[in-house]
Design a protein around this ligand. Structure first.
Ligand code: NAD
Ligand code: WQD
Length: 329
């Protein structure tokens, strides 16, 4: 099957390209490199010994997207390309609405025109807002406090309406929890620009000595130890979830949580990382970060039952693999 992967040079996209190639798919990547590097694809090709066709284009540009659909008989689309920084989305909402929504519109239009039947959208646990944990796919989505989350809710809605109007069009909405870690080779991983906003890359950079210490945002949440609890998922397990969705997606629209179903607190993660890697991570407990919730973890039985997908890697693998990649940089 020939799959168009938008955002395929990015963090999750590059690991998914690797998993798709290993599963025998033909992969075409469209990315404008606004948050990634083309060399990442060389690494993926080196690991798999397979080819990727790369288009350096902006997927909000309908003419550029049309060119790909005319050049190749695309059979499925996985749409990762988006901006993803929550804080930046509050400061620059139009940038987020423009990129994240127009890209979905342009790709859905191309799929309808070229009769491409399978579409997978990267969505996020952020759409659940302040529902009670564990988050279940059927929950009513809450208006979120930030434009990034809202742009995902709107993209989900657009695809729902398109699928409802075209019975042959199958959509998987995949809501990721907290993707971390890297491919076991240490050749590809998460490379945030500037100071990381997310916990795991921050921890690895402190461990490497690039940053003095970690600020733990909040020590007074109603959780196991007062720090925020999240459902960390290994990026390769997440990548394999996309392969499962492409293989098993039924007609209509289907929404799946991709997480482990288990929560880990910030202090637990620091301590597991220290044990696995053998390096101390100095930290200080600070004020809560605005917009954070106490706990976020998934109910994952739907993806297990319908996609026959299950995670294979645990939190210790996530720490070791994240560190292997950081120490190779
Ligand atoms: P990333 O920034 O590493 O990858 C996104 C890629 O899309 C980048 O390579 C970027 O250059 C590209 N891109 C952005 N806009 C584009 C455009 N208009 N045209 C072409 N390319 C464009 O991010 P990621 O962490 O790999 O996230 C991938 C997807 O998963 C995003 O949709 C994100 O919202 C979603 N997601 C990420 C997380 C997370 O924690 N990383 C969690 C939930 C959901
Ligand atoms: C995890 C925990 C922090 C940094 C974000 C997005 C979400 C999704 C995934 C895209 C929290 C704490 C963090 C630090 C800390 N992305 N923390 N010190 O906020 O759960 O989710 O990424 O869809 O939309 O919001 O992830 O890694 O930032 O935080 O104490 O320096 O670590 O407070 O409890 P988050 P995170």
């Amino acid at each position: 099957m020939v799959i168009l992967v938008t955002g395929g040079t990015g963090y999750i996209g590059s690991h998914t390209c690797l998993a798709l190639l290993e599963a025998g798919f033909t992969v075409i990547v469209a990315d404008n490199l606004c948050n990634s590097r083309a060399e990442t694809l060389d690494r993926v090709m080196q690991i798999t010994n397979k080819e990727i066709i790369f288009y350096e284009i902006d997927v909000t540009n309908a003419a550029s997207v049309e060119q790909i659909f005319t050049d190749h008989r695309i059979e499925g689309v996985i749409h990762f390309a988006a901006y993803k920084a929550v804080g930046e989305s509050v400061r620059e909402p139009l940038k987020y609405y423009h990129n994240n929504i127009n890209s979905t519109l342009v790709l859905a239009e191309a799929c309808l025109k070229h009769e491409v039947r399978r579409f997978v959208l990267s969505s996020s646990a952020t759409v659940y807002g302040e529902n009670d944990v564990p988050f279940v796919e059927s929950m009513k989505l809450q208006p979120t406090a930030n434009p990034y989350g809202e742009s995902k809710i709107i993209s989900e809605r657009i695809l729902r309406d398109v699928a409802n109007a075209n019975s042959w069009f199958s959509v998987a909405i995949l809501r990721y929890f907290n993707p971390v870690g890297a491919h076991v080779s240490g050749l590809i991983g998460e490379e945030p620009r500037g100071t990381p906003g997310n916990l795991m890359p921050y921890i690895t950079q402190v461990a490497k000595g690039k940053i003095g210490k970690l600020s733990v945002f909040g020590g007074d949440y109603p959780t196991v130890d007062g720090t925020g609890v999240r459902d960390y998922i290994h990026v390769m397990d997440l990548a394999e979830g996309h392969v499962a969705a492409m293989n098993l997606l039924g007609e209509g629209i289907h929404t799946y949580n991709l997480g482990t179903g288990k929560g880990t607190s910030v202090l637990e993660l620091i301590s597991i990382f220290e044990e696995e890697v053998g390096i101390k991570v100095p930290f200080e407990i600070m004020e809560r970060r605005p917009g954070d919730i106490a706990e976020c973890y998934a109910e994952v039985s739907k993806a297990k039952e319908e996609l026959y997908w299950n995670v294979k890697r645990d939190i210790r693998d996530m720490c070791r693999d994240a560190w292997r990649f950081e120490s190779n940089l």
